[in-house]
Design a binder for this molecule. Structure first.
Ligand code: PMV
Length: 311
């Protein structure tokens, strides 16, 4: 009755920011993301205790986090109480999508512990109930999510890109994505335009990804991310996820491009900047980001595979 699974966080190039169904966690528009090898979560599930226990990075989780994990187990038909121990290799809940890798690993580990055979599609749909973007961490590689589950559209080896994750703050963000995207949908005057933009961006992004067009895909991803933040900034009250270092990274990447080093930014609901670049320029991009005031660390990642049982 015990199993351990590993999953990677993913970074979206066409983002998900707005649900069409809050209870079922269904998105208003489809998104495209890639799983990142160094953003890894390992979760073990031990069934049969007296109560649900969730430990995140060595500390007891909040009652809300325990409730989210329980909702996923209930949906999987697992009635036994669970002891869940989850460890991230990267800052938790700081906008680095730890919930994506966490819930993907939980879905896979819980079903394995309970001896339930589930398809990737079913596991992705389960992970989605914990956190929308977790649906994409189950298939891994380059994944598209539109309805109940996400599917891999290109394998991790399709394109050897680098993603330089600049850590721009420590600690959890003030407004989680669930509340942030609901507030944005309900109060931002730009929200309908944002959703329309995502619907235009996805087919273009898939075309650029198929053709391995770095300039095209990088520019599209950066403008998609900035538009998501413009939408959130226009909410009432405004949602500002950035730190000074976030802006510093955007400017550093812009000056790199002026020097003909091709690197573009994407930013989730948090302060960290993820620079997309070719393997040959990753060292230069990493060095430049490290020099930005307020940047605490830079993790250079490659595309990763999906969630899997490790023991
Ligand atoms: O998975 P959630 O519900 O925490 O939402 C994550 C949303 C973003 O990370 C900001 C964008 C995305 O598509 O991953």
């Amino acid at each position: 009755m015990k199993a351990t699974a590993v999953a990677h966080a993913n970074i979206a190039l066409v983002k998900y920011w707005g649900k069409r169904d809050d209870a079922l966690h269904l998105p208003q528009a489809a998104s495209l993301a890639v799983a990142l090898d160094r953003l890894r979560t390992e979760t073990s599930v031990d069934l049969g205790g007296a109560e649900d226990i969730l430990e995140l990075d060595g500390k007891p989780a909040s009652p809300e986090q325990v409730q989210r994990a329980r909702a996923l187990l209930d949906a999987a038909g697992i009635r036994e109480k669970a002891r869940i121990v989850s460890r991230n290799d990267f800052p938790t809940a700081a906008g680095l999508a730890s919930s994506a890798s966490g819930f993907a690993a939980l879905a896979v580990a819980a079903c394995a512990a309970a001896g339930k055979k589930r398809s990737l599609e079913e596991l992705s749909a389960l992970a989605r109930l914990g956190s929308g973007s977790a649906a994409r961490s189950v298939p891994g590689g380059w994944a598209v999510w539109e309805n109940e589950s996400a599917r891999q559209v290109f394998s991790p080896s399709h394109w050897d890109l680098r993603f330089c994750v600049a850590i721009c703050a420590l600690g959890p963000k003030a407004t989680g994505s669930r509340d942030g995207m609901r507030a944005t949908r309900e109060s931002s005057p730009y929200h309908a335009a944002w959703i329309e933009q995502c619907r235009r961006d996805l087919p273009r992004a898939l075309h650029l990804l198929a053709g391995k067009n770095l300039d095209g895909l990088g520019a599209l991803a950066e403008s998609n991310a900035l538009r998501m933040h413009a939408d959130a900034l226009a909410a009432e009250p405004p949602l500002l996820y950035w730190e000074p270092a976030t802006v510093g990274c955007l400017q550093a990447l812009r000056s790199l491009r002026e020097e003909r080093v091709q690197a573009w930014a994407t930013i989730d609901a948090g302060p960290h900047v993820v620079a997309i670049c070719a393997p040959e320029t990753a060292k230069q991009v990493e060095t430049r980001l490290r020099a930005v005031s307020g940047v605490l660390d830079v993790l250079v990642c490659s595309p990763a595979e999906g969630a899997r049982v490790v023991s």
